[in-house]
Structure formats: C-alpha cells, structure tokens
Design a protein around this ligand. Structure first.
Ligand code: SF4
Length: 288
C-alpha cells in the first residue's frame, strides 16, 4: 500500500488555489487570443483584448484575475492503493484556508445560506471523490465564480424531448445568462444519470481541457452543434455582442432511466481558473 502525508496535501492545495487565482492556463489563453483574432464585432474584439490584457497583468503582478475568487471546488481522483491515516477532507480544507489567507484572495463562503456569516477563510471546499487504479492522487481544483454558477441550470426532460430538447435547454440557459455569466463561456453540459449525477458531470465537464473532445461520437457531435448555435446567439464577450459567446461546449453523458432525460448546464465564465496536480504515493512497508 501507499500513502501521501497530510502536509504535502495541505501545501499542494494551498499553492494550487493561489496559483490558479493569478494564472489562466496557457491553452485557455491561446484560445482567447485566437477568438479575439476571429471576432468581427468591434466591441466584442475590444473586450477580448481587455480580458487578455487583464490576465497578463494578473500573471505579471501576481494579483487575482477577478475580484470573485470563487467557491473552492476540488475533484479528487484517489488511487485504490493509497491509504490515509488522517481526514483527507480536513487536509483539503486546511489547504484552502491557507491559500486564501496567504494569497490575499477574497473570502466568499458563508456559514449558512440563510444566516450568511462569512467563514473568513473561504472554507469549506466543495469536494468530489472518485477512485482510480494505482497509487496516485490526482487533485483538480477550481475557484468557481458566483456569477456564472448562479446562471447554471438543471432540468428533467422527458425522453421524447430528445436531442432537440437538450439543445433548446442549453441555448435557453446561455440566453438567460446573457452578460451575467461573464462570457466568453465554457459551457459544461451533463446529460443522463439522474438529478445529481447530471449536475456533477456538467461540473466535471468544465474541468476538461479547452481543446479536448468528448469521449464518444454522439457527445462530440452535440458539442460541435451546440458551440455553433451558442455562438450564433450574438451575446458575445461580456454580453455586449459578437460571435464569441462560448470558447467551448463540453458534453459529458451517463446512462439514465428509461423515463428520464436529465440535463444540467454548468456555465464557466472567462475567468476559467483551474489547476491539476498529480501526487505519487510513498510505499508503506508495514501495511498489507
Ligand atoms: S462570473 Fe467569473 S469573471 Fe464574472 S465576476 Fe464571477 S469570477 Fe469574475
């Protein structure tokens, strides 16, 4: 068996949240730049230039890309050969707390949705777990902005509504969001599963690489169709017009009940901060 010490996890999570608050991924910046070159709407083109300039400033001056430094979302892929003799959730939250305090990032979490007293350290994170073969721990983090999250939606369609129903719901969601979700967007779409599974796979969709494709051909074709249709809405960067409403549409699917067709749409704004780190487990000699 293998393990990873608590300190390594705390420090790693801390660094990931600080780093992603200041930097967008190179592939994402390239996508912004190529979209800016193609954009024909002058206002849309100018806004994309400002977004690109903003990320240059954030990277060079080590300051947050956006004032909203988000809910700390963490996806853990845990190798089945790993064991932990401590509470891993507590370690993740310790990393979040240190990251938001040391990185001078805005603390956006409240203790209760009604009382709304700030936790003052951005904990707790929203953590999802998955098990994988081997002895590695893959940590994915994303500070997820409230504006785009608020415009995300879920609907239980009937199977008869089919692919057209999915397309209509995604377009309706992007239209309703308008500028409030801070486009250009990554549109994460989860289809199938049940109520909660569709939301989870839509969330996982926004963690995918900007240039990757869905795992199966049906989802790939849907991604292409949706991206074209979303960009024909003329919402544009920050909702002020243009063809660049979304940089990508990511579709994840899962088997579902014969009577159901759940669809979840998780919108990711242009401040698409995320990070991924792979930690290798250390062998423990006295464990079986
Ligand atoms: S939606 Fe994104 S870009 Fe807009 S304020 Fe929130 S984090 Fe910032």
């Amino acid at each position: 068996m293998y393990t990873i010490d608590r300190k390594t996890i705390v420090e790693t999570v801390k660094d990931m949240f600080i780093d992603s608050a200041y930097h967008l991924g190179d592939d994402f910046v390239q996508k912004l730049k190529s979209s800016q070159e193609k954009e024909t709407n002058p206002l849309g083109k100018s806004i994309l230039s400002k977004i690109i300039e903003n990320q240059d400033i954030a990277r060079d001056k080590q300051i947050p890309l956006c004032q909203d430094t988000g809910v700390s979302v963490v996806l853990l892929e845990i190798g089945r050969e790993l064991i932990f003799d401590y509470d891993i959730e507590d370690a993740i939250n310790a990393g979040v707390r240190l990251g938001y305090l040391d990185g001078y990032l805005r603390k956006s979490m409240v203790k209760h949705p009604i009382n709304r007293i700030n936790t003052l350290d951005n904990s707790p994170a929203v953590i999802h777990y998955e098990f994988i073969p081997g002895n590695q721990l893959i940590i994915h983090t994303a500070p997820k902005g409230g504006g785009s999250e608020n415009m995300s939606r879920l609907k239980m369609l009937t199977p008869g509504e089919g692919e057209q129903g999915i397309i209509d719901f995604v377009l309706e969601t992007v239209k309703l969001a308008g500028g409030k979700a801070c486009p250009p967007l990554i549109v994460g779409v989860g289809i199938g599963g049940n109520f909660e599974k569709s939301a989870l796979i839509a969330k996982k969709a926004i963690f995918r690489k900007i240039n990757d494709k869905a795992k199966n051909e049906v989802d790939q074709l849907l991604e292409e169709k949706l991206l074209k249709k979303v960009n024909e809405l003329n919402i544009g960067p920050m909702g002020l017009g243009g063809q660049t409403t979304a940089l990508a549409v990511k579709v994840n699917s899962y088997p579902c009940h014969i009577a159901s067709l759940p669809v979840a749409v998780n919108l990711q704004c242009h401040s698409a901060r995320k990070s991924e780190v792979i930690l290798n487990g250390k062998k423990i000699n006295n464990a079986h």
